[in-house]
Design a protein around this ligand. Sequence first.
Ligand SMILES: NC(=O)c1ccc[n+]([C@@H]2O[C@H](COP(=O)([O-])OP(=O)(O)OC[C@H]3O[C@@H](n4cnc5c(N)ncnc54)[C@H](O)[C@@H]3O)[C@@H](O)[C@H]2O)c1
Ligand SMILES: O=c1ccn([C@@H]2O[C@H](COP(=O)(O)OP(=O)(O)O[C@H]3O[C@H](CO)[C@@H](O)[C@H](O)[C@H]3O)[C@@H](O)[C@H]2O)c(=O)[nH]1
Length: 445
Amino acid sequence: MTLRISVIGTGYLGATHAAAMAEFGFEVLGLDIDPEKIATLTAGKVPMYEPGLSELLLKHVAGHEGSTGRLRFTTSPQEAADFGDVHFVCVNTPQRKGEFAADMSYVDAAIDALAPHLTRPVLVVGKSTVPVGSAGRLAERLAALAPVGEGAELAWNPEFLREGFAVQDTLRPDRIVVGARSEHAERLLREVYAEPIAAGVPFLVTDYATAELVKTAANSFLATKISFINAMAEVCEAAGADVTQLSAALALDERIGGKFLNSGLGFGGGCLPKDIRAFMARAGELGADQALTFLREVDSINMRRRSRMVELAREQCDGGFLGRRIAVLGAAFKPNSDDIRDSPALNVAAQIQLQGAQVTVYDPKAMDNARKMFPGLAYAPSALEAAEGAHVVLHLTEWQEFRALDPAELGAVVAERRLLDGRNVLDAEAWRAAGWTYRALGRPS
Ligand SMILES: NC(=O)c1ccc[n+]([C@@H]2O[C@H](COP(=O)([O-])OP(=O)(O)OC[C@H]3O[C@@H](n4cnc5c(N)ncnc54)[C@H](O)[C@@H]3O)[C@@H](O)[C@H]2O)c1
Ligand SMILES: O=c1ccn([C@@H]2O[C@H](COP(=O)(O)OP(=O)(O)O[C@H]3O[C@H](CO)[C@@H](O)[C@H](O)[C@H]3O)[C@@H](O)[C@H]2O)c(=O)[nH]1
């Protein structure tokens, strides 16, 4: 009999994971505490923007014409407990308010809601990003609360998907890492991931702590690489050098590589910033804080990008924002996503608005989320309309749509042709040729 899988938490990670499990051929039940999200998913709609996810959902959500019917959703933990042989925990682990540490209350609540209904042996698999040591603690909590006791086993299987590529990263990840305490758990997860394993995806089995650490170490490395190139951008700016040429040259060294070496406004989102901070906090608890002091620097370099961009915008406004109109292109923390969690673009927009400018934002997909979180900013339905009457245009999220903008067309509607490229991807020469002042972080003016 094929495995039945429940996915607890159907946000960016869980909704994609649930659809991918259905694509692998399993019967899947998604569980969330948010009834609106569950209603949307049940209607075959994706509550966020993630390329390819809508198609995958419609292919599998029960009750839709032509669907396999393998994917359903619920708000009842008891239904999920009765249904699943394997339960994936995909709930949020945000940064605690006013602290660096991760807020584990959602993971704890998910286990507490599921466990009392577990009356037969099952495998609970953590996918959320958690501080090292959490899996050991949760395994005990689970066995203590489940009527089946240690028959409710825990494994840890961190997730490495990138937003914007979530579907392909879930169906064919670079690697599958599993922290497991028994051969039974390993066997079940090999069955779950039989398809990617058959396609050659490496399947690594470790203890709990190592599996948890692979995740936080990977995100720390990625964040460090971005902050490294942004630190170089600061030096380039001081020395009159060009960081884009520098990174292109570094990238040709195969040992360094060009991925995650794009300088600009730095990293944001619901993962890298909070994950490096939670990692530092956890290392401190473990007495290993010295090992990660460099991450403090990685974080500060990253946050300095945002203030430097505000400064550069002020310089372009001849020293003062009062009464100036600023157009901000981009609100999502990265292109191909509507996610605005810790978005560098919106952080810069809000700072500039606070300092007296009139800021108008446009983003291809993140407008609704941005409006909810930053109701004080103005929004326009297109890049062209956002730019109307602007004294400075800020390009802060590198959507393909912005690369295709016509500098002459935009030039016709702005008050002044001043462009700040926060992502170092626009064609400086083309903009300058159309009469624009083009400035970017870490590049000569
Ligand atoms: N977003 C990503 O790209 C990504 C990638 C890898 C890992 N992660 C990690 O995965 C976890 C989830 O991230 P996300 O971006 O999907 O978050 P999210 O906020 O989009 O989704 C979390 C979902 O869990 C639900 N939830 C909260 N408590 C619940 C409970 N007790 N029972 C059922 N549902 C509950 C919420 O309502 C929400 O829908 C985090 O730990 C994150 O660090 C995220
Ligand atoms: O060269 C680069 C690459 C990225 N970024 C920025 O870094 C942030 C994060 O980008 P990315 O890592 O692509 O997005 P996420 O979807 O947040 O994915 C990261 O966080 C996830 C959640 O933990 C992990 O699963 C992924 O492996 C990890 O890449 C964004 O603001 C990007 O604009 C740069 O500034 N320069």
